[in-house]
Design a protein around this ligand. Structure first.
Ligand SMILES: NC(=O)c1ccc[n+]([C@@H]2O[C@H](COP(=O)([O-])OP(=O)(O)OC[C@H]3O[C@@H](n4cnc5c(N)ncnc54)[C@H](OP(=O)(O)O)[C@@H]3O)[C@@H](O)[C@H]2O)c1
Length: 332
């Protein structure tokens, strides 16, 4: 990060540097990154503290990575093995061994940052654990064409829900309808958004899978059914703001009056269950029930532009940046 942004991201907020490899502390691993993710969480960290400390100018943009282990402490992963990790937009990273995890040897390697990585797992645990979804319920998903959202909506559909997707463009909504089987879609940028949303939800909304917060959360709250649930996954709408927006008006009374539940979660809360979830997500993809969308860009220098585009709503599915070719022998 070259400087802390205020408002929308631009290329001047980023800088790329060639530096010597840092010394590896005794309890750390040296990784050669193969894929790095592009995610709004990086923008959030540039703004202020989240589940990680605020990023300072000169620090590396944080990201999930898929990487080859180059060197590790005795008893650690074998050099040459492929792992997932919390690292950053770097060709090589030195991270504590506690920040890497083994990968299930399934799927395309890049999918370990999408369907089989944080996004797929966030969708999975948000829908399966936090939403407590029942067949026949109405589920609204915001950011519904995004990395998490396009999978969350499909998982809700597979669980028997009627899914209503919210995105920022008619083109994305067409993809949701045609390729992902969403029965109803709404464009958040339309002047008639509130009416369109109400019309798309003739029955009350049982679950709101919220990836954006802000005004969309405020619009969905009054539509919730008694005992409705809000799955607080992300607040992309506030990541560009210097101060978080005020909470929706009358929030507490809305929660009380309809016995609503609003619950935040982090995908890391479910770490011990990741393996089983990855195998299930992969099986759903193989059976054709679940479609995972990803776009891969090449080279570290493409990462800032991809994040700028994502924050402006330009992505459909996951954006991933490839830094090195897939290693030989990875199953697909
Ligand atoms: N809880 C967890 O453990 C966890 C894990 C992973 C991600 N997350 C969070 O989940 C959210 C989605 O992540 P993702 O990687 O899947 O990103 P994404 O949804 O693929 O990309 C962000 C999308 O947000 C929408 N957006 C941007 N600015 C907006 C605004 N002002 N108001 C409303 N929508 C706006 C845009 O879509 P449209 O223009 O189509 O609306 C954009 O494409 C993020 O907030 C992320 O931090 C949480």
């Amino acid at each position: 990060m070259a400087e802390r942004p205020s408002g929308s991201l631009t290329s001047r907020h980023f800088r790329s540097e060639m530096v010597p490899l840092p010394q590896r502390p005794a309890d750390a691993v040296l990784l050669r990154n193969i894929f790095v993710s592009v995610a709004p969480g990086a923008r959030a960290a540039m703004q202020g503290p989240t589940h990680r400390p605020q990023l300072l100018p000169g620090e590396v943009i944080p990201s999930s990575v898929v990487a080859e282990v180059v060197a590790a402490p005795p008893g650690g992963p074998e050099p040459g093995s492929i792992v997932g990790g919390a690292a950053g937009w770097q060709e090589y990273s030195v991270v504590p061994t506690s920040d890497i995890w083994p990968l299930e040897r399934i799927g395309e390697l890049s999918q370990h940052l999408g369907l089989l990585g944080r996004n797929g797992l966030t969708a999975y645990f948000g829908v399966r654990e936090v939403a407590q979804l029942r067949a026949g319920e109405t589920v609204v998903v915001s950011g519904a064409a995004g990395g998490v959202g396009h999978l969350a909506g499909q998982l809700a559909r597979i669980a028997g829900a009627r899914v209503v997707g919210i995105t920022g463009s008619d083109e994305k909504n067409e993809v949701l309808r045609r390729r992902l089987g969403y029965p109803a879609v709404v464009n958040r940028r339309s002047p008639s958004f509130a009416d369109d949303l109400r019309a798309a939800c003739p029955a009350d909304v049982d679950v709101y899978f919220d990836t954006v917060g802000g005004l969309i959360l405020e619009s969905v709250l009054p539509l919730l059914a008694r005992h409705g649930r809000v799955v607080c996954c992300g607040v992309t709408a506030q990541y560009d703001l210097d101060r978080p927006p005020p909470a929706p008006a009358g929030l507490a009374l809305q929660l009380i009056a309809k016995s609503l539940r609003m619950q935040g979660f982090l995908v890391a809360d479910y770490l011990p269950e990741w393996g089983a979830a990855q195998r299930e997500l992969y099986a759903l993809q193989r059976s054709g029930e679940l479609t995972a969308l990803e776009e891969i860009r090449d080279g570290l220098d493409s990462a800032p532009g991809a994040l700028i585009e994502m924050m402006a709503g330009g992505n459909i599915g996951q954006f991933t940046v490839r830094l090195a070719p897939d290693p030989a022998g990875w199953p697909s």
